[in-house]
Design a protein around this ligand. Sequence first.
Ligand code: ADP
Ligand code: MG
Ligand code: MG
Length: 252
Amino acid sequence: VPELKIKDLHVSVEGKSIVKGFDLTIKGGEIHALMGPNGTGKSTVASAIMGHPKYQVTGGSALLEGANLLDMAVDERARAGMFLAMQYPSEVSGVTNAEFLRTAINGRRGEGNEIPLMKFLKTLDKKMDMLEMDQKFAERYVNEGFSGGEKKRNEILQLMMLEPKFAILDEIDSGLDIDALKWVAKGVNSMRSENFGCLIITHYQRLLNYIKPDVVHVMMNGRIVKTGGPELALQLEAEGYDGMKAELGIKD
Ligand code: ADP
Ligand code: MG
Ligand code: MG
């Protein structure tokens, strides 16, 4: 079973310390939710693990099956089995969704082990059907002119096609209506297996009605301050982050 172990992670952005001792271990088969108020550093954790150049790691490690992701080049992290669905997915003009996916899959599989075209097309067809995506999206440029909901659905298609060992989904639910939310959940739930672990970053409990997390973490001021089961998300929904701060004796 794969394991992702983040230990004592410290991250700075533009010289300012944002993440201050973040610890989290996810095993294959588990879905964890990371919740917390805006500006607390959730996206910064995700960006640092994926190697975004703006985010400077000043301490700690992120071990994927024993190898430190933080020592790897960005593309190596993806090849090692990490996937990040970003809060704001970017557009890739001039590259179709199908081309993009095939290149990414082959990048992971390595030279000499490319996915046969027919197998790729069949898989793509099946996964798009599952997400009720129109086939025309295969031939459209990546995310170009996609609505917010279509971009999020496309992120889930990428996730299902790439079959990473671990995924970090950053506010995949933001701005989604209830139907889109259900497609996202359906896609993520279809990935559930011993060989896949997932971290869902969200402000709201709503998505967690559809994707049942095994573990819920609350992050404040750059670190995890509380960990529990799904009931923790319900408690947050009821009491708000201020209620949680009061309970934990956190000021500001
Ligand atoms: P969250 O995802 O929990 O809402 P973020 O990780 O996005 O929080 O942001 C944490 C803090 O880091 C905020 O104060 C934010 O302004 C700052 N920050 C994050 N990314 C950048 C960036 N690229 N440039 C400048 N400041 C940033
Ligand atoms: Mg935010
Ligand atoms: Mg964020």
